[in-house]
Design a protein around this ligand. Structure first.
Ligand SMILES: Nc1ncnc2c1ncn2[C@@H]1O[C@H](COP(=O)(O)OP(=O)(O)OP(=O)(O)O)[C@@H](O)[C@H]1O
Length: 309
């Protein structure tokens, strides 16, 4: 049975005048899950609760199958690394080397050689105070330090924000390599579609403080198609719509073609042709389009989040 790195059970958190939750989620150990959703949907709040930087009013959070009330044990905390959306100001006066010296005391699995290797790859300026670094330079330090802690659970809040394309590539490669070498679990909040495409095993969508479910990345990409067909008349179009009850947005285009969007297009292609309707072309919807449909209630195949216990 797959071990769960994180479980949220009916977790709710009040934020100003809105409620985040109830959230139910199981994050399988050893995978990268991308947490996606619009600004303000509650992603950072969720990460903060996983770090116990804030606490839910209702519900239970479990780390590696155990709940820890108001204070998780030090031994667990030392296996979790977090790259927050905004860097902590307490380290502003330190250089990367001095901050590493401090973190090394905190994280027993700290790998100094690996840290230096990552700093070198990222070209983080040596001897510069963290508070004086550019946004991207500081971000690179934070990522290097989080990975050098060799965490079991890595929580990344928009890690590539401010990174140039070269640094972004190094980040992607470093994360993939880390996943190959360890059984770590990564939860990454991101708005970058390409990051989801390259990294994620699973995708969780958050919308207006609710989790709309978890899907396998591979089943999500390519799950929806836009299709263009030649339909003779309105009657034929009605027949087609009846044959594809889940298809949406049937539109007569100025070219005379009809376009629509549908899931499982390739399974249905033969049935469409049997109606005498000619498929002219199709394209797979992009992830942002799929997520938009998902928020409107047209969800993909979701992973069952109910636990057997
Ligand atoms: N410290 C706080 N106190 C009160 N409300 C907060 C606090 N932090 C965030 N919020 C509110 O909680 C909601 C969720 O914010 P959160 O930062 O979790 O969203 P997000 O999904 O991470 O957004 P983004 O993609 O913009 O980073 C927002 O409405 C925000 O205004």
């Amino acid at each position: 049975m797959v071990q769960q790195a994180i479980e949220l059970r009916n977790v709710s958190k009040k934020r100003r005048n809105r409620m985040i939750g109830p959230l139910n989620l199981n994050l399988p150990q050893g995978y990268i899950t991308a947490l996606v959703g619009q600004n303000g949907s509650g992603k950072s709040t969720l990460l903060h609760m996983l770090m116990q930087l804030s606490f839910p009013e209702v519900g239970e959070i479990r780390w590696f199958e155990e709940a820890h009330g108001k204070e998780m044990p030090l031994s667990l905390r030392q296996t979790i690394a977090h790259v927050p959306e905004n860097s902590q100001s307490e380290e502003n006066l330190w250089t990367a080397e001095e901050a590493a010296e401090f973190r090394r005391q905190w994280y027993p699995a700290w790998d100094q050689k690996y840290f230096e290797e990552l700093l070198g790859k990222f070209e983080v300026p040596q001897g510069a105070r963290l508070g004086k670094m550019s946004k991207g330079e500081r971000r690179k330090f934070e990522i290097a330090a989080a990975l050098a802690a060799r965490p079991k659970l890595l929580l990344l809040d928009e890690p590539s924000s401010g990174l140039d394309p070269f640094a972004w590539k190094i980040l992607i490669e470093a994360l993939r390599k880390y996943m190959d070498e360890t059984n770590a679990t990564v939860l990454i909040c991101t708005h970058i579609i390409e990051e989801v495409r390259r990294l994620a095993d699973y995708i969780v969508l958050m919308h207006h403080g609710q989790l709309l479910g978890m899907a396998e990345k591979d089943s999500l990409f390519g799950s929806w198609n836009e299709v263009w067909v030649n339909a003779a008349d309105e009657e034929e179009l009605q027949e087609l719509a009846a044959e594809l009850p889940d298809a949406l947005n049937f539109t007569w285009e100025p070219s005379g073609m009809v376009s629509f969007i549908t899931q499982k297009f390739h399974q249905n292609e033969k049935r469409i042709q049997q109606l005498g309707v000619k498929v002219i072309k199709s394209r797979a919807l992009e992830l942002d389009e799929i997520l938009s449909l998902w928020t409107q209630g047209h969800h993909p195949i979701l992973i069952d989040q109910k636990r057997g216990d």
